[in-house]
Design a protein around this ligand. Structure first.
Ligand code: CMC
Length: 438
């Protein structure tokens, strides 16, 4: 069913809006999980008024069938499948297929998908030269967005969003090359030679090899790290209309190509209120450790509005009960550290911080819980991934979600350029003043 017909089918009641003496009837749409949305698409044309909703806290920008989340009950499902089941049974590539194409792949479909990804994992040799131009201390997220944007200069044969074949090859190129682009950024920062991707390795194994192998010695891929990495990428893979996904949709809505749209999404993810929180969180835990592990002091600081400090990895726009991704990650973190006998004081501090905050009235009242970024950094540390690469890992994980949403938008017959309105609050018309009279 196309989205318009689907929306009509789901329409059940009307909402009434009174402006002055006029009463307007607005369709009340109901989604497949019984979520209600007031359709205001005719509001301005009928009344001249717009809605104002800074931060889009109450605004649905789209009807989407990719991911369902219920923040009150802590539910997250990709294409209907609970995150817990996917994390327990799939690897990241299988989940990527599910998100992008809408169904779990049959064995032959999955095998073809893996083979295609292997074939596209190398970067054009000229692209390697880009890395010579970046400063050694450049943040890898800056490199990631630049190089992803630059893919559109190398693959000019696949930039048309209206051509399904071109879109398909761009999807494969992006998933296949992102780990290579990321690992090269890391190798550049430490002055080591780049490792080519290897076609005999699975996705996460290959990434670890590109990140850590040296030409001087044998590199053994640790299956525990591969498992943890797969799980982390899976729980990050989509989260409906978050800031970076909305950015990818926004940029893509102008019919900008897929590489440009994803490069913009990477920039949006970088911020510490979004994907950058994992790096900021470990930075904060480190600071607490250096400061004598005084957890209470930092909880008090987070409550004090005058200093602007927030507990990184805490709170979420949508989750107001618990973040199911954080629950999965915390357990993985505990298991990995125990199995590898890693004694990381940061993990102890994180647990104490969680316990203290969860029993504090300020956090209880505001429904602030640890989010996906709270424990993920501890796992990345255990794997040996440097802090500056944490958000890059988030980007690799989130890529299939961005692709699924970009594709869903372009496949929709109701697609329009995203162009919000505003309520103007500036000066009203005034006369120009000559320069010598100002
Ligand atoms: N520490 C202390 N106070 C907080 C925190 C925090 N981490 N998060 C929210 N609050 C307070 C906030 O000050 C406000 O208090 P009051 O009602 O007294 O003004 C109240 O809780 C509501 O916060 P908000 O800023 O209106 O909520 P939001 O939905 O706009 O922001 C958030 C959500 C995730 C940006 C925010 O909770 C935050 O800044 N958290 C820390 C950064 C972080 O961990 N981000 C990762 C999010 S999950 C992964 C992802 O999406 O990338």
């Amino acid at each position: 069913m196309n989205p318009v017909a689907e929306r009509t089918a789901l329409m059940s009641k009307v909402a009434k809006l009174q402006i002055g003496d006029e009463t307007l009837e607005l369709p009340l749409l109901v989604g497949t999980e019984q979520e209600q949305a007031i359709d205001i698409s005719k509001l301005r044309a009928t009344t001249g008024a717009i809605t104002l909703d800074e931060g889009y806290v109450n605004t649905g920008s789209v009807a989407s069938g990719v991911t369902f989340l219920n923040g009150e009950e802590g539910i997250l499902r990709y294409r209907g499948y609970p995150i817990e089941q996917l994390a327990a049974n799939c690897d990241f590539i299988e989940v990527s297929y599910l998100l992008i194409y809408g169904e779990l792949p049959a064995a032959d479909e999955l095998s073809r998908f893996r083979t295609s990804l292997r074939r596209h994992s190398m970067l054009h040799e000229d692209m390697r030269l880009f890395y010579d131009g970046f400063p050694r201390d450049a943040h890898p997220m800056a490199i990631l967005s630049s190089v992803v944007g630059a893919l559109s200069t190398f693959y000019q044969d696949s930039l048309d969003p209206a051509d399904p074949d071109q879109v398909e090859i761009s999807i494969l190129r992006l998933i296949a090359k992102l780990p290579t682009i990321a690992a090269y950024a890391h190798k550049k920062s430490i002055g080591q030679p780049f490792n080519y991707p290897r076609n005999d390795l699975e996705y996460c194994d290959n990434f670890l090899q590109m990140m850590f192998a040296l030409p001087t010695e044998e590199y053994e891929i640790d299956p525990d790290f591969v498992e943890a990495l797969n799980l982390l990428l899976i729980v990050h893979a989509d989260h409906e209309q978050n800031c970076s996904t909305s950015t990818v949709r926004m940029v893509g809505s102008s019919d900008a190509n897929l590489f440009a749209s994803v490069a913009a999404g990477i920039c949006a993810l970088w911020g510490p209120l979004h994907g950058g929180a994992n790096e900021a969180c470990v930075g904060m835990l480190e600071k607490i450790r250096e400061d004598g592990c005084n957890v209470k002091k930092y909880v008090e600081m987070a409550k004090d509005k005058s200093n602007g400090f927030r507990l990184m990895g805490f709170g979420h726009r949508v989750y107001k009960n618990f973040d199911p991704r954080a629950t999965i990650i915390k357990e993985t973190c505990r298991k990995l550290l125990a199995k590898r006998s890693i004694d990381d004081p940061i993990f102890d501090i994180a647990q104490e911080l969680e316990e203290t905050a969860l029993n504090d009235e300020y956090f209880i009242e505001r429904k602030l819980y640890p989010n996906v970024d709270f424990y993920s950094g501890v796992i990345y540390r255990a794997i040996g991934i440097p802090m500056s690469m944490f958000t890059v890992l988030f980007a690799i994980g989130r890529l299939p979600g961005w692709l699924a949403h970009w594709k869903e938008m372009h496949d929709s017959p109701t697609k329009r350029i995203c162009r919000p309105r505003q309520m103007y609050t500036g000066a009203t018309q005034r006369e120009f003043i000559e320069l010598d009279q100002r």
